[in-house]
Design a binder for this molecule. Structure first.
Ligand code: PEP
Ligand code: MG
Length: 572
């Protein structure tokens, strides 16, 4: 994020990335995460490190249990991951090596944790890269214990406050009482960092990646922040405070109005528009059920396959899919594993690729991993007995791929019949996220029961802009007319062949984009659970000429012009 510090009197305006929706202002509590501790040299430093690691891991586990007991599942998950990290062989072996090279104990911990953290930070996998600060946090705790201190600093809030920090630690965020936190802002972190994940789960406004924040931590006393725009104002003037107060009131009123959409069905021009949830974990499924989403539009099954030494068994998968199917009366669309790209699996060897996003990813993997795909198909057919299950295939570029994928489902069904195992038929659709699929949507439609547009990848491949590269954020905008045209081609082909078409990429949760998608003929929008009611409200408020608005957007020069056009017409 670039620093846009403009000083007006004493107020300082900074900008980061909005990580959790909401607006807040109030007194600041700065959080110091760097601890200057004196570490003595014990007689057996390697044994001392192992003891300290055990102490840190135990304390993190008990914090995790506390968080879980208070229904803060994300916090508990982060703390458990950190507990594992504290006793990780790579960290401990690295400390041993530095000690063997003659480093003092305290420096050895810093050296090993920095190496591990830098290694993670350099990884292409956005999730793993975002874990880099966790290693440093764990190392800070190790150093405190080696210095004879308790593993944590105490952080006591006695009144509602805005928390500002270079890095906000997982341990801090997981223990905070959301009633006393007006908002977070941190200098580091991206939208997938643990702070962002926890802030969203707690419903606390957050701004991350605020360059330049560190320099002001010691001197600031009040702050205002907007978790949508990413604005952070330090020591706001009375005028700015009043403006943020108004924004907060508008946001609160909007949320209250959105609440009324919980469990309601919405329609446009008499056509029902389903607003479903995207889920990628069992917690997500609970949250989606909690907001009474109209079903699940995208169940990312990768969490069952990644970060483990062996593939999940058919029964394990069946249980997970059946549980999702049972949680909703509406349809649950489960995507077959989209492994590859930024999501390599550990349980089979993949040749290193020059361009993994253009490589063996999604459906392209199923031929070589035939047993894995067949097992998933069997599990899905079995789970469909428990609800309305549909299946979609990621990264489809050709009709041949779609045919091959369907043939595996036919074989799975034949096997289950022969074995007398209960199962049901499922609709099978294609994700339209490769431009070729959109351009040849008519041919593809003959082999599909529905289409689901994945705008994250469709934008990446259409604009040739890596979705992981923050510097290309302007190019990676799904409202670019080129991307919208591909969505239009897809929706038109679907209509000609009588297929339903949904959007399940992040753009479905962007009110302006959601409006245009409905105008193009999309009948299902699938979004993260916290956005379900908001998008229902957007759909319900659409004017009757939204089709014309969408058609005219197509003729504009670029994404910025489309956004301005929608803002003028709809105020979205
Ligand atoms: C997409 O590409 O838009 C999509 C929904 O899939 P994923 O983000 O999992 O690649
Ligand atoms: Mg995708």
């Amino acid at each position: 994020m670039s620093e846009t510090a403009v000083e007006t009197n004493i107020e300082i305006r900074l900008r980061g990335a909005g990580a959790s929706r909401g607006i807040g202002a109030g007194p600041v509590v700065p959080i110091r995460t760097e601890v200057d501790v004196e570490i003595p040299e014990p007689p057996d430093p390697k044994a001392a490190v192992r003891d300290a690691a055990a102490t840190v891991a135990a304390s993190l586990r008990s914090l995790a249990d506390e968080a879980a007991a208070q229904d803060r599942a994300e916090g508990a998950e982060v703390l458990r991951a950190q507990a594992l990290m504290a006793e990780d062989d790579m960290l401990i072996d690295g400390i041993d090596e530095a000690l063997d090279d003659g480093a003092p104990l305290g420096d050895a911990v810093i050296a090993s944790s920095s190496t591990l953290s830098n290694m993670l930070a350099g990884m292409d996998d956005e999730y793993l890269a975002a874990r880099a600060p966790d290693v440093l946090e764990v190392a800070g705790r190790l150093r405190r214990v080696l210095a004879g201190l308790p593993p944590d600093e105490e952080l006591v809030l006695d009144r509602p406050s805005v928390l500002l920090a270079e890095t906000l630690t997982a341990a801090h965020t997981a223990r905070l009482d959301p009633r006393l936190v007006i908002g977070f802002a941190t200098a580091d972190g991206g939208p997938t960092s643990h702070v962002a994940i926890i802030a969203r789960a707690l419903g606390v406004p957050a701004v991350v990646g605020v360059t330049g924040l560190g320099a002001h931590l010691a001197s600031v006393s009040t702050a205002a922040l907007d978790g949508i725009t990413g604005e952070l104002i330090l020591d706001p003037s009375p005028e700015t405070s009043a403006e943020f107060g108004e924004r907060a009131e508008t946001d609160a009123a909007r949320r209250l109005a959105e609440q009324e959409y919980q469990g309601r069905r919405v329609a446009f021009d008499g056509t029902p528009i389903a607003v479903t949830a995207n889920v990628a974990s069992t917690d997500d499924i609970d949250r989606a059920a909690g907001v009474a989403a109209d079903g699940v539009g995208l169940f990312r099954t990768e969490f069952l396959f990644l970060d483990r030494p062996t593939a999940p068994s058919e029964d394990e998968q069946y249980e997970a899919y059946a549980a999702a199917a049972r949680s909703f009366t509406g349809q649950v669309v489960i995507r077959t594993a989209d492994i590859g790209g930024d999501k390599p699996a550990e349980f089979f060897e993949m040749e290193p690729e020059e361009n993994p996003f253009l490589g063996i990813r999604g459906v392209r993997l199923y031929e070589s991993q035939h047993e894995m795909f067949l097992g998933q198909a069997r599990a899905l057919l079995r789970a469909s007995v428990h609800g309305d299950v549909a299946v979609m295939i990621p990264m489809i570029a050709t009709v041949a791929e779609m045919r091959a994928a369907r043939a595996v489902f036919d074989r799975a069904a034949a096997e289950l019949v022969a074995e007398g195992v209960p199962h049901d038929a499922v609709s099978i659709g294609a994700m339209v996220e490769v431009p070729a699929a959109a351009l040849a949507a008519d041919a593809l439609a003959a082999h599909c029961d529905f289409f689901s547009i994945g705008t994250n990848d469709l934008t990446q491949y259409t604009m040739a802009a890596d979705r992981m590269n923050g510097e290309l954020a302007d190019l990676h905008d799904p409202l670019h007319p080129a991307v919208l045209r591909l969505c239009q081609l897809t929706a038109e082909a679907a209509a000609r062949h009588g297929l339903g078409v949904s959007v399940c990429g992040l753009a479905a949760a962007d009110p302006a984009a959601a409006a245009l998608f409905v105008g193009l003929g999309v009948t299902k929008l699938s979004v993260a659970a916290p956005s379900v009611n908001q998008i229902k409200a957007v759909v319900d408020g659409l004017p009757s000429d939204i089709r014309e608005l969408a058609a005219s957007a197509m003729a504009l020069d670029g994404a910025a012009e489309v956004r301005a056009h929608v803002a003028d017409a709809l105020g979205l």
